[in-house]
Design a protein around this ligand. Structure first.
Ligand code: SAM
Length: 269
């Protein structure tokens, strides 16, 4: 990878500019992309899926890593010729032109895989929910979000950012913020800072039925987060549901930990 022209030169050579509609904010400093890949790994020969390779900064770092295969899923077809230049003939890189929201990861990876991505901000949360609650579970996820979204993933009860995304993420994964980056680290710079979250699915995954109930309970509780649970959860059983789950009906959603929400989900018939 070190023989290749710089990412900026590569973009210029292909006449490529970032498109806002694809959420394109590029990382052109390979020291940064290598650091993200170090935080994501080691991969010990495992497959890694990268969503949104764009000009290929993270892709280069992944190819340099101990990943057995790198599968890069890009929606913007303009980047495919540029990315094909990263193929060293070893067969480790596979390029897939597709919308990551629609792609079937199990089919493209053919087995377990890690996810690493500097996510397009406009679909970042939707992709995380897909990987958390969908039919395919990644081995790990190392994902760059807007910092405000990253804070919503790792927030604890009582934090301003604590809400549905934190409860669902942490009911299914161990989640921690491992890196923050200023807007100036990206080309073009977004309006806000970014952060990388590393998520590792818990050994025992919740059943789909429990996930659906957790989604329902957290949706109602945080949909009216200023109200007491006896009111916000009224359509699901209100005070009776709270009592069955051992939760104080006068409490507010922001004070209930993940275990409490799981009890509420389990108490909801
Ligand atoms: N990985 C590159 C980097 O770090 O410089 C680019 C990151 S940029 C924030 C997001 C990338 O995701 C862009 O390349 C964009 O075209 C791509 N993208 C946007 N929406 C997508 C989608 N639905 N499916 C797959 N890729 C998408």
């Amino acid at each position: 990878m070190s023989d290749l022209p710089s990412l900026r030169e590569t973009l210029d050579a292909h006449g490529l500019m970032a498109k806002k509609s694809f959420g394109q904010h590029f990382l052109l400093d390979l020291n940064v992309t290598r650091k993200i890949v170090r935080l994501a790994g080691p991969f010990a020969g495992d497959t890694v899926i990268e969503v949104g390779p764009g000009p290929g900064g993270l892709t280069r770092a992944l190819i340099e890593s101990d990943a057995g295969r790198v599968i890069a899923v890009e929606k913007d077809a303009r980047f495919l010729p540029l990315l094909a230049e990263l193929d060293d003939g070893s067969g480790r890189l596979t390029l897939v032109e597709a919308d990551a929201l629609k792609v079937e990861e199990a089919a493209i990876a053919g087995g377990p895989a890690h996810l690493v991505s500097n996510l397009p901000y406009n679909v970042g949360t939707a992709l995380l929910i897909k990987w958390l609650t969908g039919p395919w579970t990644p081995t790990s996820m190392t994902l760059m979000f807007q910092k405000e979204v990253a804070q919503r993933v790792v927030a604890q009860p009582g934090d301003a950012a604590y809400g549905r995304l934190a409860v669902i993420s942490q009911a299914l994964c161990e989640a921690c913020m491992v890196m923050t980056l200023p807007a100036a680290a990206f080309t073009p710079p977004p309006k806000v800072a970014s952060a990388v979250v590393h998520l590792r699915p818990l050994a025992e995954r919740l059943s789909d039925a429990r996930i659906r109930k957790l989604e329902k309970v957290t949706g109602a509780a945080f949909g009216q987060r200023r109200k007491m649970l006896r009111s916000s959860l009224k359509p699901l059983g209100g005070a009776t549901l709270c009592e069955a789950a051992g939760i104080e009906p006068d409490a507010r959603a922001e004070t209930i930990d993940v275990a409490g929400f799981l009890r509420l989900a389990d108490a909801f018939a």
